[in-house]
Design a protein around this ligand. Structure first.
Ligand code: FAD
Ligand code: GLY
Length: 372
């Protein structure tokens, strides 16, 4: 059988792309080498931190804000189609300071974000403790980001995939794509563990493993993996209401008294092992922020692999030298936040529609290395 589009990768971005394409009437095949939602999209804390993650203006900050704004509609659409609640919670985020230097940094970030029209403000330690009484008294104030909510990352990824399937997308697990089939510089399908599949367009959304698929195709992208470890606890007491974001540690209060604490960063490894060092370091940081967390019950720990690029910007676009081959990866720390806009942008590109924003900064052209 031949398809309009083949999507490689069953994470949140592959799911979002397949869903956007199916909404536009395309016949889509999605191929996943493992189980769907088993890699970074399962590991993520689910923050929609368009304000919290960005310390300066740039194309990614603007992309992130646009994607964040799509969530209320996406949540409703996906719930109607898939029955899955993505658990969108809009209770804001506090990016906290422990010193005068932290305060100066945060106030500079507040200035640039205000200029861009972002809702953001400085609040004193006293005001913060009225909102979050369990936080440490060592915190000297915070940048308050009322628009940065969060979702359940796995639920979002599953909701995209189930909705896509409902709209007719064929999803096949445990099929690994070895390479993209090229005929006269045009992508016409993929070669897999189960033979060849053909389509008019091929979209690579393989997360941290994407460059491997292209490497086997003799095309190289400038990406590398960054491992992240997290743990979660539960508590009958309400320890937090809003997300707390600090250096190398964040605490995300989920429904039912669960808190996700993340995350470590280790570059250039595909190992998904959870280390004593990683988790104990996070525990120390979390305790410094929220001393009462020691009373909570341990739940679990896990790790995932973020897909990063050498300049920190994702790849979103058609390959400059290989027509009909599209790439959507390199979302690094923000792939959950960026998933809704990634799906729509890739579908717009494939349909040659007017883009909703300029995506030149994310072009593959900037880094494509041809084989030597
Ligand atoms: P993945 O979820 O990794 O999916 C790619 C899929 O492609 C995988 O299932 C893989 O098996 C498959 N695949 C790869 N190669 C092939 C092949 N050859 N054939 C077939 N299938 C293939 N982002 C946020 O926005 N907010 C957060 O709070 C947040 N927290 C995070 C916390 C941690 C600890 C980590 C690790 C990441 C976090 N992220 C967060 C980042 C986010 O998880 C990623 O950016 C995002 O999940 C990437 O999604 P993806 O679909 O591109 O990749
Ligand atoms: N965005 C949070 C993380 O990647 O850890």
């Amino acid at each position: 059988m031949s398809y309009d589009c083949i999507v490689i990768g069953g994470g949140v971005n592959g799911g979002s792309i397949a869903y956007s394409l199916a909404k536009r009437g395309k016949k889509v095949l999605l191929l996943e080498k493992d189980r769907v939602v088993s890699k970074a999209s399962k590991a993520a804390a689910g923050m929609l931190a368009a304000g919290g993650e960005f310390v300066e203006d740039g194309p990614l900050f603007q992309l992130a804000r646009k994607s964040r704004a799509m969530f209320p509609e996406v949540a409703q659409e996906l719930r109607e189609l898939s029955g899955i609640d993505i658990e969108l919670i809009n209770k804001g985020m506090y990016k906290i300071a422990f010193s005068e230097d932290d305060e100066a940094d945060l106030k500079r970030i507040i200035e640039f974000q205000k200029q861009e029209g972002e809702k953001v403000d400085w609040i004193s330690a006293k005001q913060l403790r009225v909102q979050e009484p369990r936080l440490s008294s060592a915190i000297t104030g915070a940048m308050y980001l009322p628009s940065d909510g969060h979702v359940s990352a796995p639920n979002l990824a599953f909701a995209f995939l189930k909705s896509a399937a409902k709209l007719g997308v064929d999803i096949k697990e445990f099929i690994e794509v070895y390479s993209v089939i090229m005929e006269n510089g045009i992508a016409t399908g993929v070669m897999t563990t189960e033979g060849a599949y053909f389509s008019n367009q091929v979209i690579l959304a393989g997360g941290a493993w994407s460059s491997k698929v292209l490497a086997d195709t003799n095309i190289r992208l400038d990406t590398y993996p960054v491992k992240g470890e997290c743990f979660s606890v539960t508590s009958h007491q309400q320890l937090l209401t809003s997300t707390i974001f600090s250096h190398g540690c964040y605490l995300v209060p989920k429904s039912g008294g669960r808190i996700i604490v993340g995350a470590t960063e280790k570059a250039n490894t595909f190992s998904q092992s959870v280390s004593f060092n990683g988790i104990s370091g996070l525990m120390e940081k979390a305790k410094r922020i929220l001393p009462a967390i020691v009373e909570a019950e341990w739940e679990m720990a896990w790790a995932g692999i973020r897909p990063q690029t050498s300049d920190g910007l994702p790849y979103l676009g058609e390959h400059p030298k290989h027509k009909n081959l599209f790439v959507a990866t390199g979302h690094y720390r923000n792939g959950i936040l960026l998933a809704p806009i990634t799906g729509e942008l890739i579908a717009d590109l494939i349909e040659e529609r007017q883009m909703m924003l300029d995506i030149a900064s994310f072009s593959i052209e900037r880094h494509v290395k041809q084989p030597v």
